[in-house]
Design a protein around this ligand. Structure first.
Ligand SMILES: Cc1cc2nc3c(=O)[nH]c(=O)nc-3n(C[C@H](O)[C@H](O)[C@H](O)COP(=O)(O)OP(=O)(O)OC[C@H]3O[C@@H](n4cnc5c(N)ncnc54)[C@H](O)[C@@H]3O)c2cc1C
Length: 265
């Protein structure tokens, strides 16, 4: 008999959960982890709520992994929780009804950087510091800076912001498009690298933020900025592209409505 947690939150039937974990074990082998310690590391809150760990953790490495986890869990009515770097503070990674946690940290590749267009395409597990380390030598940076070194997927999901918000906006202002794995395992793309579109609903900003809804996301392009010239005399900021550097100071407006997060296999 499914256990009612509160209101509509129900733990899955024990048999259904066992069948889901069996199917996941067959598909992922040792990338499916059920140890108490690892489950405990994938759930926490800084609130009065107790830590409620998931029933298992899957270490995702590519898009197909996310789709397969979601499909197996949908078949057995088992909840799914995405996990970026676990720095959220309001209990977002807690698992009140148990379920399967999809850890996205191994999906941490930076796929494309379009310096001329001031955007890039990354996987969801890329952290903000890793992205800036990667962009540094190109005279670029990504300005959204929550206090923790969070994943871009987690930042998109929690609508993160930081000390640069007044000048560069929040993560929501810096997402161009998303690829989202739906609850049936199908993929939708919410936009392109175009800075604006009048086509259809603005799904990108429906999914960012969405930490209330479990839609693991994939493959977003992200805007980047040219690093502000601390000392204009330091021409090393792309001397061959003066427009670029100057755009840096003026580009906050045009590329404010930028970029997009998540993954691309
Ligand atoms: C010291 C400290 C300082 C902080 N300062 C700030 C601050 O200044 N501003 C701010 O906004 N926040 C701040 N935070 C909170 C935290 O860093 C942000 O909430 C951050 O965006 C969480 O990212 P994460 O990768 O750790 O996500 P997680 O904690 O792993 O997940 C957060 C939520 O996003 C979902 N999620 C994660 N990845 C994906 C994905 N790829 N697809 C779909 N859903 C996903 C999870 O299911 C969960 O619901 C701070 C936290 C700490 C510890």
């Amino acid at each position: 008999m499914a256990t009612t947690i509160s209101g509509s939150v129900k733990r899955p039937e024990p048999q259904a959960l066992a069948s889901a974990i069996e199917a996941l074990a067959a598909r992922f082998g040792n990338r499916l982890i059920t140890s108490q310690a690892v489950r405990g590391q994938h759930a926490h809150t800084t609130t009065w709520l107790p830590t409620q760990p998931p029933d298992a953790v899957v270490m995702a490495q590519e898009t197909q992994d996310i789709q397969d986890v979601v499909r197996i869990c949908a078949k057995h009515s088992v909840p799914v929780i995405a996990f970026g770097t676990g720095t959220s503070l309001e209990g977002q990674v807690n698992a009140p009804a148990g379920g399967i946690c999809i850890d996205l940290r191994d999906m941490n590749r930076i796929l494309e950087v379009h310096a001329e267009d001031l955007d890039c395409v990354i996987q969801p597990g890329v952290t903000r510091k890793a992205l800036n380390e990667y962009l540094r030598d190109q005279g670029l940076f990504f300005p959204i800076d929550p206090g923790a070194d969070a994943s871009l997927g987690g930042m998109a999901s929690t609508r993160a912001s930081g000390t640069n918000a007044v000048r560069y906006g929040t993560i929501r202002d810096n997402v161009l498009a998303l690829k989202v794995v739906r609850g049936d395992g199908e993929i939708i793309t919410t936009g392109t690298r175009a800075k604006k579109s009048a086509a259809g609903y603005d799904l990108t900003h429906l999914f960012s933020p969405s930490s209330c809804a479990a839609f693991p996301r994939r493959s977003p392009p992200l805007p980047v900025r040219s690093r502000p010239c601390a000392a204009p005399a330091r021409p090393r900021f792309l001397p061959s592209r003066p427009a670029f550097r100057w755009r840096g100071s003026n580009c906050s407006t045009p590329s404010r409505s930028a970029p997009a997060i998540p993954i691309q296999s």
